[in-house]
Design a protein around this ligand. Structure first.
Ligand code: HEM
Length: 300
């Protein structure tokens, strides 16, 4: 149970850390829109989920973005990136997803994430204190230190759901899983690089061929921690790839259809359900508070 003011405190912490770009998102601020579709793949998904999006093609409006609240985040330096999807299936149901390039989350609870972000606005000493209180931040830091820091365009990234969800079948049986979107090929960097080349690179990749990801679900083993996003699932896992995300076209936010969409991961059609992961459950009200601020700035 989190206090009602938590989402406001969380958005205030992003604003203290990054400042405000009026009318823009408070996190994942820099990005652009795309449109595309989902193409169903493995019919064995019917064992786990009766979602329409896995049976018939769906339309997608999405957004690719840099993590963090810096609207000038450079494309030519390593950093986290993300993808948001708003999926309209053939029965008219809408589902939303937002994934990023983390292998697991730095903290297990909303309270720890708030403390970490408030500390980042204050400086190194404050962050060191938060790290002492939440040792999982150290585990995460050690993992990130070993990660390949090669700059990759949005279309070459693997995106992870980080939080767990459930597939739900016709009988209501639930199967816990985590998403991982794997690019079906590597496109590489094909344009001049600078602080802003991701849009042009994706435009060029689209001209050369299909830009797509296999949307693979990693099914939980019995010992996996479902409700703790700070714990990575390791070892052998059963997977199923119910569908493929295909990008058709991209547009700047000012011209695209994604800008007013809130990629709230709790908007889910039948066949999918959220886990009890507290990090997942807090995202919905936090994104809503952020959306309230940015959309009212636009309305002024
Ligand atoms: C407590 C944890 C988290 C907080 C407080 C948080 C906060 C936010 C906020 C404020 C936004 C902007 C929302 C908007 O204005 O519409 C955002 C966007 C986003 N978040 Fe999170 N987030 C959290 C966890 C996560 C996790 C675990 C993931 C991925 C696995 C994720 C992926 C994304 C992505 C991809 C976007 C951009 C979506 C778009 O293009 O609008 N976030 N987040």
């Amino acid at each position: 149970e989190t206090r009602p003011t938590f989402p406001i405190e969380m958005i205030d912490a992003f604003e203290a850390q990054f400042g405000v770009t009026e009318g823009k998102r408070r996190n994942h601020t820099k990005g652009f829109c795309f449109e595309g579709h989902l193409a169903p793949q493995e019919s064995s998904i019917a064992l786990y989920s009766n979602a329409t999006m896995f049976k018939a093609p769906s339309r997608v409006i999405g957004r690719l973005s840099h993590s963090g609240g810096n609207n000038e985040a450079p494309d030519n330096q390593f950093g986290g990136v993300g993808i948001g999807l708003s999926i309209l299936d053939q029965d008219g149901n809408n589902s939303r997803m937002a994934l990023n390039t983390l292998d697991f989350f730095p903290v297990a609870t909303p309270e720890a994430f708030l403390a970490l972000n408030q500390a980042k606005a204050l400086g190194k000493d404050a962050v060191a204190k938060v790290k002492q209180k939440y040792p999982e931040i150290g585990t995460f830091g050690a993992h990130m230190a070993k990660k390949d820091k090669t700059v990759k365009p949005y279309e070459d990234q693997t995106y992870n759901g980080v939080n767990s969800f459930y597939f739900v079948d016709e009988a209501g049986t639930k199967t816990p899983f985590r998403w991982t979107f794997t690019p079906t090929k590597q496109h590489g960097i094909n344009v001049d690089t600078g602080t802003d080349f991701f849009f042009d690179n994706l435009a060029s990749s689209l001209k050369r061929g299909e830009v797509s990801w296999d949307m693979t679900a990693i099914l939980a083993n019995s010992e996996d921690d479902i409700n703790n996003a700070a714990v990575q699932w390791t070892g052998e896992h059963k997977t199923v790839t119910p569908t493929r995300l295909v990008i058709e076209r991209i547009s700047p936010e000012s011209e695209g259809r994604c800008d007013t969409i809130v990629f709230d991961p709790l908007v889910l059609a039948k066949g999918l359900a959220p886990s009890d992961d507290p990090i997942l459950l807090i995202r919905s009200p936090v994104y809503a508070v952020g959306a309230g601020r940015r959309l009212s700035e636009k309305a002024e």
